[in-house]
Write a protein that binds this ligand. Structure first.
Ligand SMILES: CC(C)(COP(=O)(O)OP(=O)(O)OC[C@H]1O[C@@H](n2cnc3c(N)ncnc32)[C@H](O)[C@@H]1OP(=O)(O)O)[C@@H](O)C(=O)NCCC(=O)NCCS
Length: 251
């Protein structure tokens, strides 16, 4: 095992991920290309440790190298984009609007219940409550000004049932950072309508997107279908690999 780890160490380095470390409660590292094998030794402490890598889907040799070092594929991440030009459709359903501060609790609650296909949900070594908590605090962070440039919500029967968290990337490119609906409201066109709203209104500050971009998972058929139905096209795919230190699982 040590020799195989040595092979991966020759062309990879570990960068600390302090946010993830706080979430999982142990040192957490992101694997990047580079040389400097001393950092690789951080995976072999006596205590718990977590690391992850995102590799181009065509880099099978690198995937094999990290698999030999104890990393496991947990997810295939897909990126889609969609240029926006000409006349755009409007949302069909009522109740789609920009979020307000008082939506925080409802949005964080939906985010903590709706997701099943994130890399944390797909990794059998992560307890579900931890994976749910990651999504809940991700969406909640929008209301604390820590993540995202805008949020669209969908209201039904006087309550928020879905949200769409948005980020501006390069000029004119609006990123779907997170989208989720309570399960009772899925499959009714609400996800599509929240995206159509963002196409028309951006984040509500006068900027209008010329492109939209989104990342999802190959296992997440409903979301892939949603993006396909709106004309998004696949642009790239990555394997996501996780490493859990042997000393202790995250319980
Ligand atoms: C993914 C999600 C946001 C889609 O929103 P939605 O409101 O349920 O989707 P819509 O009703 O607007 O459907 C849009 C398209 O997706 C398709 N679709 C929706 N749910 C589907 C399902 N379960 N299986 C297959 N296709 C599905 C619809 O058929 C429709 O395509 P069509 O116009 O070709 O018929 C929603 O399922 C969800 O909240 N999932 C849990 C959270 C999540 O995984 N978010 C995505 C992270 S990237």
């Amino acid at each position: 095992m040590r020799t195989e780890i040595g092979n991966a160490a020759t062309n990879h380095i570990l960068k600390p991920d302090s946010w993830l470390s706080g979430v999982v409660g142990c040192p957490a590292w992101r694997v990047e290309s580079g040389s400097g094998s001393e950092s690789w030794a951080m995976l072999h402490t006596d205590g718990p440790v977590f690391a992850y890598a995102k590799l181009k889907a065509g880099d099978i040799a690198e995937v094999s190298q990290l698999a030999d070092a104890g990393f496991r594929v947990v997810d295939t991440a897909l990126t889609f984009d969609r240029p926006i030009s000409g006349q755009q459709s409007s949302p069909r359903s009522p109740g789609i609007r920009l979020s307000r501060p008082e939506d925080r609790e409802a949005v964080a609650g939906i985010a903590g219940r709706a997701f099943r296909f994130s890399r944390f949900h797909l990794d059998p070594r992560f307890p579900k409550h931890l994976a749910d908590g990651i999504k809940s605090s991700w969406a909640g962070n929008y209301f604390e000004g820590k993540r995202g440039d805008g949020m669209v919500v969908a209201e039904r029967d006087g309550g928020v049932v879905g949200f769409l968290q948005l980020l501006w990337a390069e000029t004119g490119c609006l990123v779907v950072d997170l989208i989720g609906l309570d399960s009772a409201w899925q499959g009714q066109g609400i996800g599509r309508d929240m995206i159509l709203y963002a196409v028309l209104h951006g984040t509500g500050d006068g900027r209008v997107p010329t492109t939209m971009k989104v990342g999802t998972q190959a296992a997440n058929t409903p979301s892939v279908r949603l993006y396909e139905s709106l004309g998004f096209r696949l642009t790239s795919a990555q394997y996501v690999m996780h490493f859990h230190g042997v000393a202790k699982e995250h319980q």
